[in-house]
Structure formats: structure tokens, C-alpha cells
Design a protein around this ligand. Sequence first.
Ligand code: SF4
Ligand code: SF4
Length: 373
Amino acid sequence: MLEKKIYSVVCLLLMAIVLSLPVSALSQEKQETHQAATVFSESKGELRQQPADAKSHEIGQSIGRGQGQGQRLRQGQQAQASQQPLPTQNFFKFLFSPKLITMLVIGLLALVLLLTGKMDNRTKIPILVIATFLYGVSANLGLKLFSGFSMHPSPICAFTKPLLYGLRAPMLATLAVILFLTIIGPKLFCSYVCPVGATQELIAMLADKLKIRRRKPSFRLSQTFRVLIFIAFIAFSWSAIIHTIYQGQVRAVSLYDYINAFEGFKWNLQPALLENLFHFLPLILTLAFAFFTYRPYCYFVCPVGLFTNVVEQIAVFRVVKEKHSCNDCQVCVKRSPCPAVSEIIKDAVLVPDCFACTVCTRGCNRDLLKFGR
Ligand code: SF4
Ligand code: SF4
């Protein structure tokens, strides 16, 4: 128990550090924007002579005859910055967008169904289908109704792009939703909201119906694989081994860009054959492997899975067992598709990812496993 408490404290500290990053980044951005606005207001007297709707670079060009071109352009950019909303406003704009609000609603609805024992195939399948449709398919239909449901930023982009290009409001808002739904638990974002996760879950249910025997790889193997990919991503990105030239500057390219299953949900064909391969193959392989092993992309590849696995150790709600009545018959372990149940009933310090599939809670003959605090 002491180990578990120490681990929880370490997790909380790490989370506090991670959470403080966005806050400090936002305040830094806010400060920069304010500085730009202040410089702009100093030159306001001259700018008032311009038409109200003049574009910022035009404004910059008309300021002060005899000033250098560079200075004029700078003032134009500052004028533009002063007209933009503050980063914190952007953060809340994205947080309260239809996409993120519906994600919260679906996650919380799933939690209520799990805690009241009402999550079964009749409720689970519609939730998974809706999540796949809303966050994976709808943006491809070109309908105005779903214009706010674009894939960007995908969960992988939300998690990895800030490490490459700095923190931005859409990424932070998406991360905040993922974090919130994972802390409440049990991994509610991955379990019932993520389109790649939901599709794999539906395939797992189909494979069960078709009586396809699925393999259960050891968690040590999948976790090692997932961590190694993440370390490689950091090493490649920060050393810009994989890079692109953008506006004359060398920019690091994320390793996950080549193995991002979320991209496959964007149906636009790429100009080159190789690009199509990188675009669609990760999702195709994920869906194919999902027939033979439970959530292969989540356990082996996804950095969000790695992140939420750390956070889920301190989640408020998760699978718990009635300790004193368990006779260790292992029926739940045999029935479950994941490597988590055996560790849950051992009361292990570190528990593998649980995707709240409800197989173990429904599978215990003595009804000793359930979702609770
Ligand atoms: S681990 Fe990644 S792919 Fe799997 S459900 Fe979570 S975010 Fe989606
Ligand atoms: S079988 Fe139990 S522990 Fe495993 S994913 Fe499903 S609910 Fe979680």
C-alpha cells in the first residue's frame, strides 16, 4: 500500500509539472501579445489616419515616411497581434467548441452507465458508433453541421506537437479534456471517445461474435514497445534527424506522423503513392490487427495511451474488487481481453491499461468486480 501511495504522489507531482507548463506558456504568450499591443498603441496617432478596415501589413507600410521597411513591417505585425484574441481566450474558445463539449458529454455519460452497471452491449455499441462517427467520419462529409468536428488536432497531435512547436490553445484544450476524462477514469477518453479506440473496441466485439481467438500479449512487451517508440520520437525530433525545410528553416518532423492511425480517418487522397501509404496504412493495419489482439494501437503505439496509463493509476473511478470474498478462481482473467485484470485482483502498484470494456465486471461469477472508487 505504501508503494501505491508513493507512486500516486509521484504521479501527482508529474501532473502538476505538466499542468503548470500550459499555464506558464499561456501567460508568456499573453505577455508577448500585450507587449505587441502596447507598442501598437504608442503609434496609434499615426495609424488613425488609415481606413478602419486596412489590412495590418498595409497599415505597417503607411506608417511614418522615412522609417525603414523592416520597422514598418514589424509595426504591421504588431497591429495584427493586437487585433487577435488573447491565447487564454482562444483556449476557452476551443474548450467550449462543439467537438470538445460533446466529448465531455459522451465521456461522462459512459461513466454514469459504468457506475450504475448499465453499460452493456445495447448501450456500449451506440456510444462507440457515435464516437467513431463524430470524431472520425463526420468531418469528411462536408456538412456545415459537422464543420466543428475536424480531426485536428488529433489526440496524438495534441500530445506530441507541443513538444515540437510549443503549446497552442487547440492542443491544450484537447489535452485538458483527455486529462480530465482520464483522471475521473476509467480512461474515459480512450474507452469511449477516441475514434481509433472506439473502432478497435467494435472490432474486438465483432471478433468475439465471430469466435476469433485473440492473443493476449504480455503488458511488459507492449509497454516496452510503446515506451521505445516514444523515446525514439523524442530523440529523432529534438535532434531533427527526420526533418523538413519550412520557410527556409529546418523543422523536426514527428516520428508519429508516419504511424498516426488518426490520419486514416481523413479521406483525402494524397498526391504521391508513398504519402498515401503513410496516410492510410497505420489505420488499416490497426483495424486488421484488432481482430487478433485487443486494441493493438493503444497498447503498442499510441503515446496518448502511454500518458493516460500513467494518469489512470490515480483515477477516481476504476475497476475495483471486493477483496475478502475473492477465491482467486481466475475466471475473470481468462475471460478478459486485456492484461489489466490479473494485476487488479493482485492489487498491483502499476496496472496495465483498462479500457472499461466491462468484460471482467460482467464475467466474475461471484459479482466481485465492479466500477467504483
Ligand atoms: S490509446 Fe490512443 S488510440 Fe487508443 S484510445 Fe487512447 S488515444 Fe485513442
Ligand atoms: S476486462 Fe476489465 S480490466 Fe480489462 S479492459 Fe475490460 S473492464 Fe478493464
